[in-house]
Design a protein around this ligand. Structure first.
Ligand code: AHR
Length: 519
């Protein structure tokens, strides 16, 4: 190459590099119209529910350390975790599993703790289960954080009698032997059981059943779930998973009474391949977009099941509960794979917010959702390490969306380009809107594009709006996360905007979650 050619080559390369950088830095224009005059259904607060299983450090260490622990606690519950959960306004917690529930015998978890049998947690790491945390401990924990309870009964290896006895033990105000046993164990007043699940994943760890077989079992078990008048829990049938609709088809055809809801599970992996899920940190952009695209599939999965429900239950008596959802990554090197411990990054916060938007869009049928899981397991709100604790980006997303609990969903029209990488496309921006319980307009926005800012022009019909203020969650890198040593690496910051030139414009940073109140 001559020196003249070389100069030309350098100049062209520099021009190319500049154009690529400029293209990358470009913002995307989005327009949003909120119809405040077109109220939709109420968003059940329970879609912000949690799931806590006897799995890894989910209960022991994560919630319960015992009264003698050096970790600051109140009657055995760690103070830091309880305070963080109270601030999250957790509406409902599902317990004790999961697959653990499919082998759980409630009598193992009552009476003097030192006398409780030690079992093996066969599903999760084969570790000893001391049963120190049982019915009384769970119910007292629920009262401590002020949440409703969703108990999962053992259908996999239990019996209708065992299930009926558990209900009587918890809810009876009579002088029955079981109610008196509860009193002897320290609880005079019966508890309210708000939701009662008949089995868990009965297609898998809950018994490997066919839906037809389970439908009969559901009928049998539900017959014996008795509670005092006015205290009957909502009864939840164990349903299917992913794109499947067969469990809803069979259950809504074969079960005619007692079924208040059908549960459904969907986990998000970056690759969509169960055996090679993808890592929680250090992933390429291709796994950023594929994770978001995979999580958005839940919209279609719910729609398919809604279609069946609308056909077989036109009066809308049976709700759809997505009672396990969230990210599931490859096991963390150096950790017991059966404990399902994983890092939680900014990507998880976007996954959470996108799921909230989908649940809001299906607010009529989707009356509950429980993220898996509350502490130290899968897409956790909180990670602990001995006496230390850190809040995850997912925690912040849940906290930012508190105003949507019980809010009335509003129609929102969004015109946004696609964010595309290789052959994967997702909308660049996702939006949800609602009128909260105090009458204020709330807007939730996710900018899925990790490189481009979104400039969102917002119009509201049916309400006069001149300003927006709230919080935004973002970070420099796609896998930014909090650690015990840097617990505030990812945390919400203030964001606001005022109408100018007749326009209310919100500038969403790349890869961000925003919730603002419109005034
Ligand atoms: O959340 C972890 C496990 O995932 C649950 O125990 C089970 O129900 C599901 O397969």
């Amino acid at each position: 190459m001559t020196s003249r050619n070389l100069n030309l080559w350098w100049a062209m390369s520099a021009w190319f590099a500049l154009s690529v950088t400029a293209a990358m830095a470009q913002s995307v224009d989005v327009s949003v119209t909120i119809h405040a005059d077109q109220p939709g259904p109420v968003i059940n607060p329970n879609v912000y529910g949690q799931f806590a299983e006897h799995l890894g450090a989910g209960i022991y260490e994560g919630v319960w350390v015992g009264e003698k622990s050096g970790i600051p606690n109140t009657h055995g519950y760690r103070n830091d975790v309880v305070a963080a959960l109270k601030a999250l306004k957790v509406p409902v917690v599902r317990w004790p599993g999961g697959c653990f529930a499919d082998e759980y015998h409630w009598r193992d978890g009552i009476g003097p703790r030192e006398k409780r049998p030690v079992k093996v947690n066969t599903h999760w790491g084969g570790v000893p289960e001391t049963n120190e945390f049982g019915t009384h401990e769970f119910m007292a924990f629920a009262e401590l954080i002020g949440t409703k309870v969703y108990i999962s009964a053992n259908v996999g290896s239990g019996s209708p009698q065992e299930t009926a006895d558990w209900m009587e033990y918890m809810t009876s105000d009579t002088v029955s032997t079981l109610a008196n046993e509860r009193r002897k164990n320290g609880r005079d007043k019966p508890w309210d059981v708000h939701f009662f699940g008949i089995g868990n994943e009965t297609w898998g760890c809950g018994g490997n059943m066919r839906p037809e077989f389970y439908a009969d079992l559901f009928r049998q078990y539900a017959t014996y779930v008795k509670a005092p008048r006015g205290k009957r829990p909502k009864i939840v049938a164990s349903g299917g998973h992913d794109e499947g609709t067969r469990w809803v088809e069979v259950l809504t055809t074969m079960v005619r009474r007692d079924m208040d809801a059908i549960s459904h599970h969907y986990y998000t992996t970056p690759t969509g391949v169960w055996e090679k899920k993808g890592n929680s940190l250090g992933f390429p952009e291709s796994e950023w977009i594929s994770t978001l695209a995979n999580t958005l599939k839940v919209d279609d999965y719910i729609s398919r099941n809604e279609k069946v429900l609308d056909q077989n239950d036109p009066q809308g008596k049976v709700s759809f509960f997505v009672d396990e959802w969230g990210t599931w990554y490859a096991p963390e090197p150096g950790r017991e794979p059966g404990f399902l411990w994983q890092h939680n990054s900014l990507r998880d916060a976007l996954v959470a917010a996108l799921n909230f938007h989908v649940f809001h869009n299906h607010a009529k049928r989707v009356q509950m959702a429980n993220i898996a899981q509350m502490v130290n397991v899968l897409q956790a709100m909180i990670l602990t390490d001995g006496p230390r604790m850190t809040l995850t980006p997912t925690y912040h997303a849940f906290q930012m969306y508190i105003p949507f609990q019980g809010a009335t969903q509003l129609a929102a029209e969004v015109q946004a380009p696609q964010y595309t990488l290789d052959a994967v496309n997702v909308p660049a921006v996702s939006v949800t809107a609602a009128r909260d319980t105090s009458g204020k307009l709330q807007l939730g926005l996710v900018n899925l594009d990790p490189k481009r800012e979104a400039v969102v022009s917002t119009t509201v019909t049916g309400a006069e709006v001149s300003a927006a203020s709230g919080r935004v969650l973002t970070a420099k890198t796609m896998d930014a996360h909090n650690t015990m040593d840097a617990p505030e690496a990812v945390k919400p910051a203030a964001i606001s905007s005022k109408k100018s030139g007749g326009k209310l414009v919100l500038r969403l940073p790349p890869k961000s979650v925003t919730v603002v109140e419109l005034r």
